[in-house]
Design a protein around this ligand. Structure first.
Ligand SMILES: [Zn+2]
Length: 259
């Protein structure tokens, strides 16, 4: 009973968090813990997955990522790495750690489409979706030392945490984002890319390409970022506002030329 009261209290206090689009969120764990988790799992990724050595690819991806992260009002030191892997995938972790798989570049066919993916991933981080997902999953165990679990041996709990942070397909634990989080990441991501001077209309083309790619087996990114007609409608409904931001950016000479 006591435990229940404490839990209820934590939930009420924590529920005061608000996402960038004004949505009420449950966030139990301190931001610093999420950042530490992001950094730890990123370091592990870099040890376990070969990095691309192609100078042009690295320069291209970094150029697009930098243009996007410049438009975010965040305290992070953003870091970008390109992983040499055919998977059509990308991720961004709390603490500002971005990963792009070379396979994604086959589907995101130009800098605008890559910007759409990175804007979306960065939005998941800045909207605190990792914290929200971890909080829901571990609400009853708020004293859990998340960073310790991540730094330790592989366990089911560790795999689950990595999945909740956004590394689901990498560890074989499929934990798709919810529709609310996906739609929020789309809205914010569209804004970031437009402000950076990337053509927001290419976001629609990107998700259409994504839907067509892979034949029988859908791209990895789609298994944790479920997509559908509602996504395209959502993006299109926000397009007039995004086009205004885009034109302003171009007028201010933000014309990224990353290839
Ligand atoms: Zn997503």
């Amino acid at each position: 009973m006591f435990r229940f009261v404490i839990l209820a209290l934590i939930l009420v206090l924590a529920a005061c968090a608000t996402s960038p689009t004004g949505r009420k969120q449950l966030k139990i764990f301190p931001e610093s813990q999420l950042v530490q988790m992001g950094i730890t799992s990123y370091e592990q990724m870099k040890e376990q997955t070969p990095l691309s050595r192609d100078k042009f690819t690295i320069k291209y991806v970094s150029c697009v990522a930098r243009a996007i992260t410049r438009e975010t009002d965040s305290p992070y030191q953003w870091e970008v790495n390109v992983f040499d892997d055919k998977a059509v995938n990308a991720f961004a972790l709390p603490g500002g750690k971005i990963g792009v798989y070379t396979g994604l570049l086959q589907v995101a066919g130009n800098q605008h489409q890559l910007a759409a993916v990175l804007g979306h991933e960065v939005a998941h981080v800045l909207a605190g979706h990792g914290n929200e997902r971890v909080s829901v999953a571990f609400a009853a165990d708020s004293g859990l030392k998340l960073a310790q679990v991540l730094a330790g041996e592989p366990t089911r709990q560790k795999a689950q945490l990595l999945g909740l942070l956004g590394l689901g397909t990498q560890v074989g634990v499929l934990l798709p984002y919810g529709r609310t989080q996906e739609s929020e990441a789309d809205i914010l991501g569209l804004e970031y890319m437009a402000k950076a001077g990337f053509d927001p209309r290419q976001s629609v083309a990107l998700w259409e390409n994504m839907g067509r790619a892979g034949g029988g087996s859908p791209p990895e990114l789609l298994s944790t970022h479920p997509s559908g007609a509602t996504r395209i409608n959502n993006l299109n409904s926000r397009m007039p506002a995004a086009m205004t931001l885009y034109r302003q950016a171009r007028a201010n000479n933000k014309k990224p030329n990353c290839r």
